[in-house]
Design a protein around this ligand. Sequence first.
Ligand SMILES: NC(=O)c1ccc[n+]([C@@H]2O[C@H](COP(=O)([O-])OP(=O)(O)OC[C@H]3O[C@@H](n4cnc5c(N)ncnc54)[C@H](OP(=O)(O)O)[C@@H]3O)[C@@H](O)[C@H]2O)c1
Length: 287
Amino acid sequence: MILVTGASGNLGTIVVENLLKQIPAERISVLVRNPLKAALFENRNIKAHIGDYSDKASVIKALQGVEKLLLISSMGADALQEHINVIDAAVQAGVSHIYYTSGALNRNVKKSLLGPLADSYMTTEDYIIASGLKYTIFQNGLYLETIPFFIGEEVLEKGIYFPAGDGKASFAKREEMGEAIANVIAEQGHENKIYVTTAVPSHSFGEISQMLSELSGRKVTYESPEPEEFENQLKEFGLQNEDIYYSQILAAIIKNQEYNINVSDLENLLGRKPTDLKAYLKETFLP
Ligand SMILES: NC(=O)c1ccc[n+]([C@@H]2O[C@H](COP(=O)([O-])OP(=O)(O)OC[C@H]3O[C@@H](n4cnc5c(N)ncnc54)[C@H](OP(=O)(O)O)[C@@H]3O)[C@@H](O)[C@H]2O)c1
């Protein structure tokens, strides 16, 4: 039996859909927080457990008879402790193999601006490795699907206004990361491996503006304002505080080269070349 956590989220949904192409629904189970979401899985013959990473007992209960567990990372302030709960629960319940979605972080960065999230990724990886469970870790790059959120749908007319400087990051389609993760879980093997799941090379937002200019035949500008000016501008636009925070932190970590890595296993795991940034921009902004 396989258990997918975070199955109601963007990535988890894609993993489950891809698992269903390779494995009978009766061998797939999920952990979700919301009973309404659980019913959607149960309707498709997928066993749905209600539970929360912060409630270890609920996770242990869900893990009875589970051989393979996919832990999709949490994003909350307590992410690290939540991950530790799930890993401890897996050991206690006798899970054989844990799969975990981490971040494709540039380990050469001296001082991370990602705050507790960087620590939660790296410390969770170490904790899994020390747990004695068989493991496969996926170091995911940034989702291409988040780019429209940062540069806006009217980017061809208005240009890019984003304080990422000359920082580069590796991006890949969440769809393709989820597909690769499902392929690995469905197969035997992949024990004690760390895979970098992103598309390479990495690119800057200046390069994104150049690609959009080439694709559209227009001059798409890129301006990287000071962070305070950016924050004030987003406030003027009426964005929610949470969205402002998310945009600022993403820009800052990209500027700090925290996702600037140029190695990847995604092509091997997918069995084809992943969608590159330019192709994604074309299908998204110039369909
Ligand atoms: N690489 C990137 O660019 C990028 C961007 C954003 C996030 N991430 C990371 O990647 C993860 C997956 O991405 P995503 O797009 O699928 O995110 P998402 O759509 O927000 O999904 C997160 C999933 O985790 C579940 N979850 C969160 N905290 C939980 C807890 N304490 N107990 C049980 N379930 C919990 C959520 O359940 P509910 O449905 O109940 O909320 C949801 O199903 C994120 O959680 C985050 O750590 C990566």
